[in-house]
Design a protein around this ligand. Sequence first.
Ligand code: ZN
Length: 264
Amino acid sequence: MQYEGVLTKMQTEYGDPIQYYLVFEDSFLNVNQLLGKDISIDFLGYQCLNCGKKKKIFRQGFCYDCFYSSAAVGDWIMKPELSTAHLEIEDRDLEYEKRVQLQPHIVYLALSSEVKVGVTRGTQMPTRWIDQGANEAIAILEVPNRYLAGITEVALKNHYADKTNWRKMLTNDVPPADLIAERATLENLIPEEAKEYFHLDKNDLYRMQYPVLEYPTKVKSLSLDKTPSFQGKLMGIKGQYLIFEDGTVFNIRSSEGYVVRIQV
Ligand SMILES: [Zn+2]
């Protein structure tokens, strides 16, 4: 079987285990079905997810020009505390920014490589945690806009990591942690403006079960720019990574906008 198209991050379905789908223009593929099988990935070219042109991908599936002009990749995406739509202040496109920023956001703790803090839109839960490869996650508070979530995250970053160590996540070298107990210690760290949204009473711990036959002990990352043809036996899927028998890991998310052929 052969699939061809532009890579976009895998769609996921929360379940035991989580289901992963690669969605192409005229077909889709349940990646879980490929576990234990040999597959090949061939790089065919680039296609910007924003303008559709065959230009080299710069970041997040966008070509250079789109990355620096599209409202969908402003600085407030990576740094939620820079959000200004609640003040009616425009970054690149105020209407777009209002739509995205002025909606419920969650500040959470996730156990991906260690306990980390993060921000996501309420609608992105638990998708965001699956994409990060978190084994467990729990919401700390839900606030009405991205700015409040951002300043809360900044305050908590002094006490927790805000990035995942992808090598540890992919080898599942993750020491246990009690996120419910951890959350209970946080109240004093939350900024005054956000304190009213902090609730302890919810029992909403998520546990993610990834489809992994066997975790590798060492990983090396596949870059299609350097290795345009790859073949290997798929041993697992975690976060947005495919994990192969020889320890090669392929980050689908950082390959968005790459046109590929996948053969099974
Ligand atoms: Zn573009």
